[in-house]
Write a protein that binds this ligand. Sequence first.
Ligand SMILES: [Zn+2]
Ligand SMILES: [Zn+2]
Length: 267
Amino acid sequence: MDRIAQIPPGILLATFLGLTAIIALRYVMISGLFYWLLWGRPRDRVRAIKLMRGQPKAGTVRREIGWSLLSSFIYAAPAAVVIELWKLGGTAVYTDLDAYPLWWIPVSVFVYLFLQDTYFYWTHRAMHHPKLFRAMHRVHHESRPPTPWAAFSFHPYESAVGAIFPPLMALFIPIHVGAVLFILTLMTLAAVFNHSGWEIFPKWWLRALPGRHLITAAHHDLHHKNPNVNYGLYFRFWDKLMGTDVMESEYEFLQPRPAPVYGENPP
Ligand SMILES: [Zn+2]
Ligand SMILES: [Zn+2]
């Protein structure tokens, strides 16, 4: 708290506005690119599995962009405070590669993703309580089906719940600044992919290890169709543990192929 008081307000405002611009621009570039790659080209050029019928509606896309740009401001606010605290040496983000063993870099990435996934799963489930759903989460579920522009399409209350956790972790769990940038990029890519309306990962990856434990568009798309299943963010761990995971039973392409039968009637 003492350190927060040391941050000059003008500098904090500049960092906040700069960060908002970066988050919004990154969103527009990545969502725009995937919207064009998946929906803007002839269907036979797209090497992915289409998950929804028809084309996205213009009204849905406009609404998703509006909420997502608003979310960019909310994501930037706690992050700007942490960046300024970092400059004052008040966070667990480090730049010196020798400060911790090298193995900690991939492990810290996993720890951050797992903790964020745990936080997301339980706050997401809580927001499906009828009282919270109306106030916080309905906006996100208005995307039925979602498009790549739905990546940050949340009500400001929900964005605030999501925005606070990663910067809080950065205060306590050591992480290299490069790993932070990697995680931020991964967060945006996962949000865009999972709402894209197409499964871009190949079938063999979805059936194999570790693919069958990771969340992709096919998994999250089912949450937009049936809000009682598939609450996770990156990993299917909590959904599987809590009995809310649905995937294989919904998609024929994930069923194990029957072994060919050779016998009296050879093929
Ligand atoms: Zn969603
Ligand atoms: Zn939901």
